[in-house]
Design a protein around this ligand. Sequence first.
Ligand code: ACO
Length: 325
Amino acid sequence: MTVYSRIVGTGSYLPGEPVDNETLARRLAADGIETSDEWIVARTGIRQRYLAGPDVTTSQLATEAARRALDAAGLQAGDIDLIVLATSTPDWVFPSAACLVQKALGAPGCAAFDVQAVCSGFVYAMATADALIRAGNARNALVIGAETFSRILDWSDRGTCVLFGDGAGAVVLQASPEPGILASRLHADGSHESILRTAGNVSGGNITGHPFLTMDGQAVFKLAVGVLDSVARETVAAAGLELGSIDWLIPHQANVRILKSTAKKLGLPPERVVVTVDRHANTSAASVPLALDAAVRDGRIRPGHHVLMEGVGGGFTWGAVLARM
Ligand code: ACO
């Protein structure tokens, strides 16, 4: 019998209280950095973000999101036989954040590893877990996107620090005789590594290179709009469907202008695009599962709906996963 994978539960977690643009602008002004709610909203659509406290780690956010996804699926931690966690801000160099989540959940023995594809990470993780389930290597996988991007932001660079937030989202992907994940496509082009990167490391007990995120915003914008269009078309075609049968588009939540351009190019009405960037800002690998969980819990996404999830980010990486819920 052919085995497929299906999403059977979603969950998410955001740390602390939201920090709105005006509050952030006041904090930055104290250090002589000028920005405003008007600038941030007009250029990005972002109105607020969540920022993890100094003692809160990526694996803690991931664990909370995973618990909520397990509850939604009606499963226990012991039922999980695979954990794939997408992050670029793991707690440590090693062990992986996935292993720390496994320890916190109390699910020893199952495979656990991190995937690093920056803002495309969740889509990469979903495609990986789907392939492992279809190959018979797992039956109940936790797929998580979790980040504490606030740790790698240069708070004196107003061109980047206003854009990002912290958070986590998770799904339980389960083996099923009925297809849930209909198709996925992944891509990367490392020749664009310099337009978006955190080019630092730990070496000899010191930080080497530059430990903060740097970005050529306009180059990222142009590339993102192009690849989000092409990979959406490629993935929908791979599933043998038409764009018109997509009920919900969930692109990586970087910037509301990118979301609108993507939907317009694809000919999808704006009301079929899930937008959370206004509330969450850009949470990198967490953005797609956070948006998915929001739309599942508020009742927009319902069983049988076709949901196209798209990632794009540093690497340069991009990809999409098409799911029937
Ligand atoms: N507040 C006020 N002014 C600002 C701020 C700020 N926070 N940041 C930059 N400015 C100023 C600049 O200094 C510049 O001033 P100048 O004209 O006097 O030199 C002016 O605003 C315009 O700056 P640009 O960088 O050209 O602004 P742009 O219109 O390109 O918008 C932005 C910048 C929002 C980053 C845009 O390029 C963008 O959305 N890029 C997409 C990249 C993105 O979303 N990245 C997220 C991560 S990547 C990913 O997730 C795929």
